[in-house]
Design a protein around this ligand. Structure first.
Ligand code: NAD
Length: 355
C-alpha cells in the first residue's frame, strides 16, 4: 500500500492507495463517532458496496448525474440524515465518482456546520483528482461547481481495482487527467504513459496502480503547497481553461470532464508553441500521447469563436484576465496571461482539428 500526505491549514491527512485498502476503513474513524453515513449511487453500491466493511452505517442513495449535483439534493440528504439520527458526532463516507465525492464533501462541510468525511473515490477521475484537496460543492443554474466549500477529508482511500468496472469511456476520461499530471509536473509518469499505452488501456493492475499513485502524489504535493488555488494549485488547470469553455459551450452533455481536458490540452499545447514557450517536438509528444488514449466524441460543428468568447466569462478569470497554464517542456508549466486573442483563436481551431 502506498501513502501520500496532504498538509493544509485545515487538516493533515493521507491518501492511501492499494488493492483491499477498504479493509482498513475503520482505522480512520475517530473514537466516539456516532452514526456513520455512506453517500453513494445505486450502481456503485451494487458493484462494490459489499467491500466496504461498515455494517452499522446508514446508506444514503443519490441518483447521480451532473444535473442532480444541486443544493436541493444536499438539503434533502441532510433532512434524511437528521431523521436517521445524525448529529455532530456523525461521520460521512463519500463512496462513488467525482459527483458523489464533491457532493458528499459539501454535505459533510455543511451538515450541522461540519462533520468529518472520508473519501472513497471509485472512478479513476475521482481517485486521482476530485477526492483529494478538499474542494467540494454543487452546480448552480449559472454554472458548474459555483457553490461549495473547502472541506478536507480525514482520509482518502483508493482501491485501483474499482476502475475495472468503469466503462472504457469513463476510464479514458480519468487517464487524460493523469496525462495532465505528467505534463505539468512528472516527466517519468508522462514517459510511462507514452510507452505503455496498450498495458494501461487493457487496465493491467500494476500499471494502473502505478499511474494512479503518481498522479495522487502530484495532487497531494500541489494541494499541500497551496490549498486554495493560488499560483501552484493553478498549474492543475492545464487543459482546463479552454476545456471548461468547451464544457459550457456543449452544455456539459457532449463530453465528460476528462474528455474536455483532453481537447483543452491539445489547444493549450498548440498555444504554448505559438507563444514561443514549447518546442514543436515536445508538443508533438503531448499531442500523440493524448490521442493514443482517445478517442473523444466528435467536436464537429463547435465554433472556435464561441469558445473564445466563453473564456472571458470563466470563473478562473481573475479581474478580466484569462490565465493559461502552458507547458514549457514536458514536466513543467507556466501560468501566462495577456495572450493575443487571435493567437488563442488559432490554437482553439488547432485543438478542434486534433480532437
Ligand atoms: P461521476 O461521478 O458522474 O461518475 C461517472 C459514472 O460512473 C457514474 O454513473 C457513476 O455512478 C459511475 N461509477 C462510479 N464508480 C464506478 C465504478 N467503480 N464502476 C462502474 N461505474 C462507476 O463522474 P466523475 O468523472 O467521477 O466525476 C465528475 C465530477 O467530478 C464532476 O462533477 C466534476 O466537477 C468533479 N470534479 C471535482 C474536482 C475537485 O477537485 N473537487 C476535480 C475534478 C472533477
Amino acid at each position: 500500500m502506498q501513502r501520500f500526505s496532504v498538509s493544509t491549514p485545515q487538516r493533515d491527512y493521507s491518501a492511501f492507495i492499494g488493492r483491499g485498502v477498504l479493509q482498513q476503513v475503520a482505522e480512520h474513524i475517530p473514537a466516539k463517532t456516532g452514526q456513520i453515513f455512506i453517500l453513494t449511487t445505486r450502481d456503485v453500491w451494487d458493484l462494490h458496496g459489499a467491500r466496504l466493511p461498515l455494517p452499522n452505517a446508514k446508506v444514503l442513495f443519490f441518483p447521480g448525474g451532473e444535473q442532480r449535483k444541486r443544493l436541493s439534493e444536499v438539503e434533502a440528504l441532510a433532512e434524511e440524515m437528521v431523521l436517521a439520527g445524525g448529529d455532530r458526532s456523525s461521520l460521512l463516507v463519500a463512496f462513488g465518482g467525482g459527483i458523489v465525492t464533491d457532493m458528499g464533501g459539501f454535505l459533510a462541510a455543511s451538515f450541522l456546520r461540519g462533520i468529518p468525511v472520508i473519501q472513497i473515490p471509485t472512478t479513476l477521475l475521482a481517485q486521482v483528482d476530485a477526492a483529494i484537496g478538499g474542494k467540494t460543492g454543487v452546480n448552480l443554474v449559472a454554472g458548474k461547481n459555483l457553490f461549495g466549500a473547502f472541506h478536507q477529508p480525514l482520509a482518502v482511500l483508493i482501491d485501483p481495482d474499482f476502475t475495472r468496472t468503469l466503462t472504457d469511456r469513463e476510464f479514458r476520461a480519468g487517464l487524460y487527467e493523469i496525462i495532465k499530471g505528467g505534463v505539468i509536473r512528472d516527466l517519468p509518469l508522462f514517459e510511462f504513459l507514452e510507452s505503455n499505452v496498450e498495458k494501461v488501456l487493457s487496465r493491467d493492475g500494476d500499471s494502473v496502480e502505478r499511474i494512479i499513485a503518481d498522479k495522487v502524489r502530484i495532487k497531494c504535493e500541489v494541494v499541500t503547497a497551496d490549498e486554495r488555488e493560488g499560483d501552484l494549485r493553478r498549474i492543475l488547470n492545464f487543459g482546463h481553461t479552454i476545456g471548461h469553455a468547451m464544457e459550457s459551450e456543449t452544455g456539459y452533455k457532449r463530453l465528460l470532464h476528462g474528455e474536455a481536458v483532453a481537447f483543452g490540452m491539445h489547444a493549450a499545447t498548440d498555444l504554448a508553441v505559438r507563444a514561443g514557450l514549447l518546442a514543436v517536438t515536445e508538443a508533438e509528444r503531448i499531442h500523440t500521447t493524448v490521442k493514443a488514449y482517445g478517442p473523444i466524441p466528435s467536436l464537429e460543428g463547435i465554433s472556435a469563436e464561441n469558445l473564445l468568447a466563453r473564456l472571458a466569462s470563466d470563473k478562473k478569470t481573475i479581474q478580466g484576465k484569462v490565465h493559461f497554464v502552458l507547458p514549457t517542456c514536458i514536466g513543467e508549466v507556466k501560468v501566462v496571461t495577456g495572450l493575443d486573442d487571435g493567437m488563442v483563436l488559432e490554437s482553439i481551431k488547432a485543438g478542434l482539428a486534433r480532437s
